[in-house]
Design a protein. Sequence first.
Length: 432
Amino acid sequence: MVVVDRLGLRGPPGSDPWAALAGSPAPPAFEPLPFDHPLYVLFSSGTTGPPKGIVHGHGGQLLDHIRHHALHLDLGPADRFSFYTGTGWMVWNWLVAGLLVGSTIVLYDGSPRHPELDAQFEVVARAGATVHGTSAGYLTACAKAGLSPGARHDLAALRAIASTGSPLPPETFHWIREAVGAHVWPVSTSGGTDVCSAFVSGCPLREVRAGEIQCRCLGAAIDVLDEGGRPLRGEVGELVLTAPLPSMPVRFWDDPDGERYRASYFADFPGVWRHGDWATLSDDGAVVILGRSDSTLNRHGVRIGTAEIYAAVDRLPAVTDSLAIGVEQPDGGYWMALFVALDGDAILDDAARSAVAEAIRTAASPRHVPDEIVQVPAIPRTMTGKKLEVPIKRLFMGADPATAVNRNAVADPAALDAFVELAAARSPTPRP
């Protein structure tokens, strides 16, 4: 264990300080290892249950990251690659992998919104970054705030913005072109900690269509299946991998027989990796991610991705964040709720509720309008910015708050309190 001293704290017995490790220069010794020798353990975000300790291997990660960075992002020695991330998000590993293709990587230690919301773009300009990565939530927040980073900062060197963490709304694609720069390539990506990489990403040779991810990644046998395992085109279904990918986990931590590993990915479609995303795949290979399939809404027998609702609500200036759930009722009914956090001292009165409902009805469909719209102080998210849709749904199904959600996985645990109270008031008797 190596301790990097930042706060004047000493490490536990047996640990070494960073200064001791780096203070005695020595030639590196390279030890030949098997292809699947463990490289690092990443923990899942905890949005669907207790975090999983995912063990990744050397060879798979090496091949996968070189493939993505060199071919999908077109990164090379002339690039400066930045990505706003903490070490708890797989994107940090992805950023460090920029060194594999000879790129200079830009590490930033600080708040993404200080001293102002466009702080990330200030760093991009100062470092002369050519490719910058960030979350879709951050970009959408900048767009809603009416920022024009391209007019305020020198972003001439920036050629691409990579977005991940959640679906990038079509409006934010247009904002990147209009407010960041017409020369900037929007690269929407989706993958996960499970493979520490992307399944679907950008392609420098293809056109960009707002709201879509350009293509399936090279070497990733991505398909979209219906409940019976039949391929779908242009329709919503489960995102799957039908053949092995080198960056699949070697194993799970503390899962000696692989039972949890198999249950996590292969229980629904034997021999096929079910990732847990709801998506559409077009005939030309473009992909739209609609949200987690285990949090997908099922209204009157029709499945709805939560991303469609969020895209509509995010356009409203007063709404800072939102979360939608659908809960099966004991009497066979279905309750669909939308929780919204509003800007400043705004109140969700009848007029505001009508505005939210109308925005959803117009942008999506009447079927997408929730049964109830509820104001909350904040929307709980994981450390990597993902909304806790499934744990919140479990609360409203009567689950014990102590087991329904892992508070240590929540960026602001206090944001859960309002949901715990609302769930208890709505369903005081836990369901079996």
